[in-house]
Design a protein around this ligand. Sequence first.
Ligand code: ADP
Ligand code: MG
Length: 622
Amino acid sequence: MPDIVQLLPENIANQIAAGEVIQRPASAVKELLENAVDAGATEIKLFVNDAGKALIQVIDNGQGMSETDARMCFERHATSKIKNIEDLFHIKTMGFRGEALASIAGVAQVELKTKKAEDITGTYIEIENSVVKTQQPIAVQQGTSISMKNLFFNVPARRNFLKSNTSELRHIVDEFIRVSMAFPEIFFSFTSNGQQVFHLEKGTLKQRIVQILGNNYAAKLVSVQEETDYMNIYGFVGKPDTAKKTRGDQYLFVNNRFIKSAYLNHAVMNAFSDMIAKDSFPMYALFIDLDPSRLDINVHPTKQEIKFEDEKIIYAFVQSAVKHALAQFSVTPTLDFDLDISIQQSDAVSKPFTDDKRSAAASSSLYKTFTQKHQAHFIENKSDLQHWDSELSVVSGQLSVDGEKEFTSQGDLDKNNKTEYTPESLQKKEDKKPTNNNFIQLHNSFIIAENRNGFIAIHQQNAHERILYERFLNAIKGKPIATQRSLFPATIELAPGDTVLLNELLDDLKLLGYLVEPFGNNTFVIQGSPADVVQGNEKATLEKMLDQYKHFSNDLKFNKREKLLRSMAWQQSVKAGTSLDQKEMESLINDLFECETPNCTPNGKPSYLEFKKEELDKIFGR
Ligand code: ADP
Ligand code: MG
């Protein structure tokens, strides 16, 4: 038997490894932006075409690379950021593993142009499939430009795995926001398909937050700032009245790196308890700074979880800092900021980082991950976090909102959901129809109507959602809703992220009767609205619709249109609590029974219930 073990060719090894670092266009965006930040740039520009599938380019004015470095940077484990294992405990840069560029060069067609301030000429390198195609001197400005074209061109399986442009662009926007928010002293811009989406001038953190999240927050931010020897926290939280029903605007950074931590999120939410509704989410952008040696730093480049030396302290600290900040602006009695005495006395706070600890750290998974070559992508087991799971479950109701419950599709409704309703047959529909027009509205929410078998109780909002949903569905399928031009077109200004969203929806909105035109600078003009909807509320309607739409953003079950239709139907439906006159009830009920599926909302809630005469007779003992 011949020997069969052989080394993988470098380009294949790179492609495999790239899978860990570059999962989608947004991961490449993150890596390139972070490299630009690490290079000390004061201006960073991002360009993408086709949601990054065709092109991702980052241009910075940072320190640039020499000819040799330019060639070296594409090698795996080539980095200028650490030299020895000690450096790992003092990392201040965003990257340090030297894998991003090697990965990118393995799965895209890459062009690098770079020049250092002191060099006369720069270097141009073209690399594809990890093979250098061209290298030559070039005249360029100081800094670096990296463009990657046709991501995953050589890994079709991965390319096919990419989501729709809307979804990939959303991920890119998220990454862009996470990096740009952490560095307000750097100018950032973001251009998608030739249209500038973000233009973030240098400024304060507060200005940056408002630039990114929208002007609504301008007068609504409460500053958080506490310093101790152990750690500092600074940033802003939104005043309680800005809490939203979608968990969108929540950002936590540790040493300027965006992280996700359900545990610390809980700490912030806790600080807000009693000040906001249970199912709403406060805005926050909080930055925790602490000695890097006190963290088991995120070794996996795309990993956003982080391990602290003592996370209980951090929890208490975050919670008190936010409470303190909130107490200062509100009228609630001043809350104690002082750290719990047991925490003050705990080792982590009172004792310096000893040699003991250092060696303990060296035997931690961090060290191992780095030293054991083929463990490079070891991801810690979730069970490490078990001790706070129980605490978290107390509020799991609050933490898992995002409208999932409300909006399960008919196809896979939660089996335990009592309100599960499936479409009924056409014949049945005829059976259920009211037989006369004597309608009674109860509690401004329900309508009682007599039918062949007994009577039905209609939920007016659910019924209306069904009617609108089917009307919108027909509109999209080719019977556009007539638009009425506005005499005084309203303008609407959005946060840049929402601008991207709305841009994607404009064509479909037109079919639904809304004529909305981009006006640049995150502004849109509403030129017309559906002819059958009273004018004057277009702006609020669109804003609320977008908010609702974002509810679905992470729900892959629904495509863009389905989300839009459902959001619109919900938004325009006559709400429970609205008094209806006879005519209105009549047309609502007529419209409902014109529907193909009158008996439930698009989300599977019943729109009416039938009470049969024979059953009622039985109940009354007749
Ligand atoms: P890492 O960031 O982990 O060091 P990368 O693969 O992202 O690894 O980059 C490799 C090296 O290339 C970096 O350490 C840095 O020296 C150099 N480099 C990458 N991008 C830039 C840039 N935009 N400007 C200057 N140098 C860069
Ligand atoms: Mg990097």
